[in-house]
Design a protein around this ligand. Structure first.
Ligand SMILES: [Zn+2]
Length: 314
């Protein structure tokens, strides 16, 4: 749809450019500079429109829709994805991680807990658009979900007060709430999640709370190594294991995902790669093309497929 919009705008621009008086020139001679101008205007107009679209609908290429229904809804992760971490802001200036991402009490803790006090300012980690501002008394408490232009979604839980509205645009560093102890939480803290395509990734692979910094300008996400990197990040930047006050923060957050799968299973189909398969053999089998597969999964044609890898097709 955006492309239609773009085309229309480009056309309007073109027509107005063509109307520039060109006395005494033959049509071919004046075509060339117009083409040149057209290109320049074109790219300015296009990049402007793309910027606007990006603000209104951040990371639209990664997410099928924009809704305020689900805090998160796991979809298939890209094999590789570059996440731009420049222009970040630490969500809190507090440096003490009280609980790591990962297994905890036999369940998965999908975020990182950072000690904050009631009333501490919580800030947007990147610029983006607020997708949800809700209360969940059995889990996140008062929480905010933001979708960012870099592809990530961040979730901030257990706050005492939310300071933004749904669908509001925010800049990195904008105050979005105040630290608290709402929901399933004992002891005020910030539960902070970073998700890509709805899948929780260890915030410690991006953020170093102790040093109040990101780990680099970019984070190159490779699905094949993210478990390993997540463990490493816990060791390097987390609280470490064996803490005895972990029970304090037992706010595990496997929740508020109200039967979201239906839409996806209807619209998108998945193929699980088996040994020996290639993109073209899968394309043939599924009645699609290699190009379509690559586009849909955001992969290159020469990627090495791994058995067990999931590809979208439809
Ligand atoms: Zn937590």
């Amino acid at each position: 749809m955006i492309f239609n919009k773009l085309k229309k705008l480009a056309l309007v621009t073109f027509v107005s450019l063509s109307a520039i008086p060109t006395m005494g020139q033959d049509i071919l001679a004046r075509q060339a500079p117009i083409d040149k101008k057209m290109k320049a205007v074109d790219s300015v107009v296009l990049s402007r429109l793309v910027q606007i679209e990006q603000l209104e609908n951040p990371a639209a290429d990664l997410y099928e829709d924009w809704n305020n229904k689900y805090a998160h809804k796991a979809t298939v992760l890209p094999d590789t994805f570059r996440i731009d971490l420049r222009n970040f802001c630490m969500p809190t200036t507090n440096r003490v991680v009280t609980s790591n991402f990962g297994r905890r009490w036999g369940r998965q803790h999908k975020g990182i807990d950072v000690k904050v006090y009631i009333g501490d300012t919580i800030r947007a980690a990147f610029s983006g658009k607020v997708r949800m501002v809700r209360y969940d008394g059995k889990g996140y408490g008062k929480y905010v979900v933001i979708r960012h232009g870099n592809g990530l979604e961040t979730i901030y839980g257990h706050m005492s007060k939310q300071l933004v509205d749904e669908d509001q645009l925010v800049e990195a560093g904008d105050p979005i709430g105040l630290g608290g102890n709402t929901g399933r939480s004992t002891g005020s803290h910030l539960h902070f999640e970073t998700r890509l395509c709805g899948v929780a990734l260890n915030p410690a692979i991006f953020f170093d709370f102790r040093n109040q910094d990101v780990v680099g300008d970019y984070y190159m996400f490779y699905r094949s190594r993210h478990d390993h990197e997540s463990e490493l990040a816990n060791r390097l930047r987390g609280a470490g294991s064996g803490r005895d006050d972990m029970a304090q923060n037992d706010d595990d957050v496997e929740l508020s995902v109200a039967a979201p799968e239906a839409k996806y299973t209807k619209d998108v189909k998945f193929h699980k790669v088996t040994a020996g398969e290639t993109l073209s053999s899968i394309a043939r089998k599924r009645g699609t093309t290699v190009d379509a597969l690559c586009k849909l999964n955001r992969i290159g044609k020469r990627i090495r497929l791994m058995p067990g890898q999931i590809l979208k097709y439809n």
